[in-house]
Design a protein around this ligand. Structure first.
Ligand code: G3I
Length: 362
């Protein structure tokens, strides 16, 4: 009798240990499974290193290529395609059953100048631009349509200047075709993949002036039949701004024009800069315990807002895996994992934030 009790006890303890191990392997994606997918932007190192690969599979159920699927890296010259980096990320997703966000089809940055210039450097006319845009979009969207569930079709086409007479960024693409290049990009993406969700993606999207401009542009284009399914809120924030109220108001505003919102590039830096601009401070203040607490509280506040809107938010993606990978450099302390891929206080704060909501996903 005693022997059987001991065996039963040992089996029970083994089961508990297995369950504990299993639950310790659960991550952000499991905590938020009833709300939205949790994504991460990856580089080639993240999908080659065993520790980082395991962390990605444990924590996330959506992936974005940080750089490898952008116009310039994939087609540096007209008709010359470089698929290696994007293929490795797409194959990692296929092998691990992780959905892939396509980023991005048309952007004023990281785009080959050949797309919009003649050999003498002058701008092409819009017919030539559209031919080149269409060929590029069909090539990349067609190549990854089995694994890519949505695309950032156009990135950052709205100006940051609150006093601008015209709400659009004065990029070469805009100079050639006005806002029509935006409409054409969505048209070509829809032609290439009838099923993928198509997003307009931008930063400082919670700014009261810019969020109105984004919503108004999307509303007008949808009225003309442009196939825009969603708005990507990049979410490059800091520990001071934007307020949870502004983020809440922007989501509310966007939810009146689209059925799908993605937070596409979330990071929270410990200084007063924000947005996707490439010029930013790298010499952030020393990370004190109180700054670490404020950082964690800000992430919790943002996730409470996202949970409130989980009926329209499908996915929240972190821009980079750890502080070491961040485009902002680790001094800006922007993410949930530190330079050694260890959880920071903000990780636990994000997990706890979900407990404030019992609401089920739509
Ligand atoms: O690939 C070249 C390499 O060959 C060269 O040796 C090296 C040094 O010059 O540069 C490498 O290219 C860099 C590229 O990242 C890949 O690492 C570019 O210089 C660098 O500017 C580029 O930065 C990326 C930035 O977009 C470009 O605008 C960041 O990693 C990336 O995180 C950032 O992501 C953007 C989103 O796509 C859109 N929203 C804003 C966000 C932050 O700017």
């Amino acid at each position: 009798m005693k022997q059987r009790t001991t065996t039963a006890l040992l089996l029970f303890l083994a089961f508990c240990a297995g369950a504990a191990a299993q639950s310790s392997r659960k991550g952000l994606k499991d905590a938020y499974k009833d709300y939205f997918w949790i994504g991460v932007a990856v580089n080639q190192r993240n999908i080659s290193d065993e520790t980082q690969k395991a962390l990605i599979c444990q924590e996330f159920n959506s992936i974005t290529a940080e750089n490898d699927m952008k116009p310039q890296p994939t087609e540096p010259e007209e008709g010359v395609y470089r698929w290696e980096g994007a293929d490795r990320i797409a194959n990692f997703c296929r092998q691990n059953g992780i959905r892939l966000r396509g980023h991005c089809l048309m952007w004023h940055n990281q785009i080959g100048r050949w797309m919009f210039t003649n050999p003498d450097g002058s701008l092409v006319d819009k017919e030539v631009l559209y031919e080149r845009m269409r060929r590029h979009i069909h090539a990349i969207v067609g190549r990854y349509k089995d694994i890519v569930y949505c695309w950032d079709v156009v990135n950052e086409a709205i100006t940051d200047d609150p006093n601008a007479a015209v709400p659009y960024r004065q990029s070469p693409l805009y100079e050639i075709a006005g806002e029509e290049f935006i409409e054409k990009a969505f048209e070509f993406a829809r032609e290439a993949d009838p099923d993928a969700l198509l997003f307009y993606n931008d930063y400082n999207e919670a700014d009261p002036v810019k969020s109105v401009r984004i919503a108004e542009m999307v509303r007008q284009m949808k009225e003309k039949g442009v196939p825009i399914d969603g708005i990507g809120m990049q979410g490059h924030y800091n520990i001071y701004e934007p307020s949870a109220q502004d983020v809440d108001a922007a989501i509310e505003r966007f939810s009146h024009v689209v059925s799908h919102i993605h937070v596409t590039e979330l990071d929270i830096r410990v200084n007063r800069e924000m947005g996707g601009q490439l010029k930013f401070k790298r010499d952030a203040a020393a990370i004190t315990d109180s700054i670490d607490r404020v950082h964690a509280d800000r992430y919790a506040a943002m996730f409470r807002v996202f949970c409130k809107h989980s009926d329209v938010i499908d996915c929240v993606t972190f821009w980079n895996l750890s502080d070491r990978d961040s485009w902002l450099s680790e001094q800006n302390y922007p993410l949930l994992f530190d330079r050694n891929y260890q959880k920071k206080r903000a990780y636990d704060a994000v997990i706890k934030a979900r407990k404030s909501y019992r609401k089920r996903r739509k």
